[in-house]
Write a protein that binds this ligand. Sequence first.
Ligand SMILES: Cc1ncc(COP(=O)(O)O)c(C=O)c1O
Length: 408
Amino acid sequence: MTELAINGGTPSKTKPFPAWPQYDQREQQALIDVLESRKWWRTEGTCVTKFEQEFAAFHGAKHGIAITNGTHALEVALAALGVVPGDEVIVPDSTFVATASSVLFAGAMPVMVDICRDTECIDPDLVEAAITPRTKGIIPVHLGGHPADLDRLTEIASRHGLFLLEDCAHAHGSEWNGKKVGTHSVAGTFSFQSSKLMTAGEGGIIITNDDEVERNLRSVHDCGRLPGEWFYSHFAYGSNYRLSEWQGAVLQAQLERLDQQTRLRDANGAMLDRLLAEIPGITPQARDPRCTLNGHYAYIFHFDNSEFAGISTERFTAAMNAEGIRSQAPYPEVHKLDMFQNGAYKSRLSGSQAEEEHAFLRADYPNSRRAATEDYWIPQYCLLGDEQDMEEIVAAIKKIQANAASLG
Ligand SMILES: Cc1ncc(COP(=O)(O)O)c(C=O)c1O
């Protein structure tokens, strides 16, 4: 039996995964061009405007509004959609805090519901059960790049007169029924933070096909201004959420790689799905057949320790890391975050909403808990590797399984 790397053996990984972020002469030249243009601000520059148009067109959307980051993109979208104190917005319990905290920023209450056990995206049945007269909208998250059930969610939203806002922070380029995410609803928000599928270190964008919503978004993101009006006229609530030309320039170059990278991640993800199906105790995030392209922000699988001599997920993760397989932490359950358990979230609420007990914060979310405590996430850049990289991931898991008793 080969010794595990964590116990002093040779790692399964024989070569490094591709580096991330990726760049070449295109980003370098674009940055020099911005520098020398002396137009570093979007208001007088061209890079951000061009990037907005190109990113929106790539996703099949009419408009793109570049934003400082993905959290702000959610905040701007909720302001533009008219979310106000007293409202409720339904969000998944398994996501980054921003999906929920952006609702609090609007002074409204995020209502978490559990995810589906197989796809790990928001459960449409539980969404429907959570709707109250105060519900204003639903924010599904396309977790790990896999779209939430957009057929069910769009039907539920339209039957109840709610907005659907897609949080696409993980899903640049992903498709549902052959159509890119972010275009199945009133708007889609994206993040360009460093770990994301394309990046400028920080950044975000909102895409929409709705002209009226676009006007509101653009105004909120630029201090309440309106396009074409005098610079010092401010028509509504807004703040400064504008992206800089540096980021616009880098993102234009990053977008040129997105299609090819998405297809590579999708193909490598499909290869891992096939190979991992052979390993007892390893269950990849399920792929709905209506997901026609998965941008794969992460490759996610469930780890059942009963097939691994009962070792903890932490021990498995440490052993994988020692074998040279990278990981990123799955999300903790949102409703269990300190601010929701210690009551701090109420400082953002007002009126009776601030006084009420929110019983769902004490509920059990079995699928979200299972994902938080038993999942392993392989970061997206590992899926930019070759077949050997995928085979080495599989070999590492098999090796740990064969030697699991030595990790006890
Ligand atoms: C699902 C989700 N939504 C929103 C965000 C917020 O994006 P940003 O980090 O750019 O603010 C993230 C970032 O990790 C995310 O994963």
